[in-house]
Design a protein around this ligand. Sequence first.
Ligand code: 5AD
Length: 365
Amino acid sequence: MIADINRYLPFAEALRCALDGERPALSWLVPLLTCAEADAPALYRAAEAVRAAHVGDDVHLRGLIEISNYCRRDCAYCGVRRGHEGVVRYRLSPDEIVETAQHIQALGYRTVVMQSGEDMWFTAERMAEVIRRIKATTDLAVTLSLGERDAETYRQWREAGADRYLLRIETTDPALFAALHPDDDLEERKACLYTLRELGFQLGSGVMVGLPGQTPEILAGDVIWLHELGAEMLGVGPFIPHPATPLGDAAGGTVEATLRLVAVLRLVFPYAHLPATTAMGSLHPQGRERALQAGANVLMPNITPPRVRGHYALYPGKVFPGDDAVAARAQIIAHIDAIGRTVSDGHGHVRRVACQEEMKDAHTE
Ligand code: 5AD
């Protein structure tokens, strides 16, 4: 891998490597991630062809509930970091979470995603009870995005019926990870992902694009690591500086750089589920549509109760669907229809990938 660094392929050859299903390497990932504006349409077209061939035209809709914005962490980029005292903190009650999930099912969604800061009020048992109640009263697939917890907690949540877990690695560069996460540890984050994988969760991870100090080589290294991990859902979005954080004056990521990454991820992970993320839609009015036309196949409409949802402000300018969730869903479906795509009527589980052999290879390299 190191030997590749000074041997980047021309764009057309790099795209050929991707389409041939070659093992991800810097030599072709970097040229794709940094391709010229004139080459980008070919990259997106290739990603779309792979998307259509492997996961079809269906877009999977996931109803997102942001259950709490309390967080024990102080991540440098995040608007709800512990040290940001201007945040109005809220926590939905278990009853309200279960009722919102039931509402999500009534609206026609097949998956509920529960996301929060690292809020230890949600003990292993409290959250397990919420999961059991949702599983007992709905037919929803349950996705959790609740940060780093111990293996026993993850085990209880899986046993309670949770199907999927999302935990972004954010960056795999040790120095950048450490600079961004003063109270966190890259190896612990990785260990959480390995545990989640072993427990049989459908596994989601991802990174932000445009972090200060992030290079194309770092981003390419992230793709290689995510591939070794065997992630089955890949969520990526532009970093959007929040003025009340230490990175408030940073430049932030762009829609264009993020679209290139979305397309590359589709090429490297033909069967994965790739959301067109809210951060994409927040940076550009057509950001999510463009992601869906560069390899993405998932949308996660925010169904957090309107009373609190303005407070889950990870970054400024975050877009929301309208308060009328029925009208919002109809509008989302109309947008999907307008770009010639269909709405999935299933749970949208991912196709599991075999990754153990690759992990072994990775460790011996
Ligand atoms: N800009 C863009 N994305 C952010 N996230 C957190 N803060 C920001 C920001 N300022 C992302 C992280 C996290 C996900 C829930 O939101 O990648 O994992």
